[in-house]
Each structure stands twice: as C-alpha cells, then as structure tokens.
Design a protein around this ligand. Sequence first.
Ligand code: HEC
Length: 113
Amino acid sequence: MKYFWTLLIIPFILFSCTYEKAEVPQKEDVCDSIISYSEDIRPILDNNCIGCHSGGFTPGDYSDYAGIKSKVDNGTLKLHIVTLRDMPPPPETITDDQRKIIKCWVEQGGPNN
Ligand code: HEC
C-alpha cells in the first residue's frame, strides 16, 4: 500500500492535462491576418459585383483596383457591405465571412496587395 496515493493521483493528473488541452482551441479571427486584394477581395468582386458594377450603368466600376479603392476611401463600400448589408441587392447575397473579409480589408486601409 506504499504506492496507493501515487496510483490514485496519476489518473487525476492525466485528466487535468486533457482538460486543459480541451480548452485551448479558439477560432482564429480573419482580421488577425492581412487580407489580400488580389487573392481575397478580387474574387469576391469578380463573382458577385462586377456584373452590375462595370460598364457605367451602375455607380462605381469595380473591375479594377482604382474603382473599388475610391469606395474604400469615401466610406460607401463599408456602408453598403457592413452597415446596411444591402449589396449585392437581394435576392443575391454574399456570405457573412465574405462581408467580414471586406470589412477587415477596408479597416486595413484597402491596400493593393
Ligand atoms: C444586381 C446589380 C448589383 C450587384 C450584383 C451589386 N450592386 Fe452595388 N449597386 C447597385 C446599384 C443599382 C447601386 C446604386 C444604388 C443607389 O444609388 O441607390 C449600387 C450601389 C453600390 C454602392 C454605392 C456606390 C456609390 O458610390 O454610392 C456600393 C459601395 C456597392 N453598390 C457595392 C457593391 C458590392 C461590393 C457588390 C458585390 C458584393 C455589389 N455592390 C453588387 C447594383 C448592384
């Protein structure tokens, strides 16, 4: 019975390690990383926006960087995508993740990266 207490305490130690590990995983926030215009933003615009926002029929031509950057700078991109969420016009839509990616990119200054 010399080792009784040692044997009793081993499962407890193992359990507490497992427990701590289970608490660690946290979802990484998309804003923690640098958003890329060419890899993250361009595909969203190409697939969801330039059908209307190019060619001059709709205010704003987003088929190139200068066109979308002017909407970063005057605040309308964030207004329509994050605040009003009225672009693209219903029933078309983009995912919440895509809205967040645009939001983070705007907050990072809308770099041409
Ligand atoms: C079905 C066509 C259509 C699609 C798709 C569309 N838009 Fe629009 N968008 C419009 C129209 C029309 C207006 C002008 C609305 C008005 O003036 O009331 C507008 C206005 C805007 C404005 C304000 C422009 C300004 O300078 O005042 C922004 C910013 C905008 N859209 C962003 C987007 C983004 C980003 C997407 C893609 C995620 C998108 N839109 C998709 C039709 C569209």
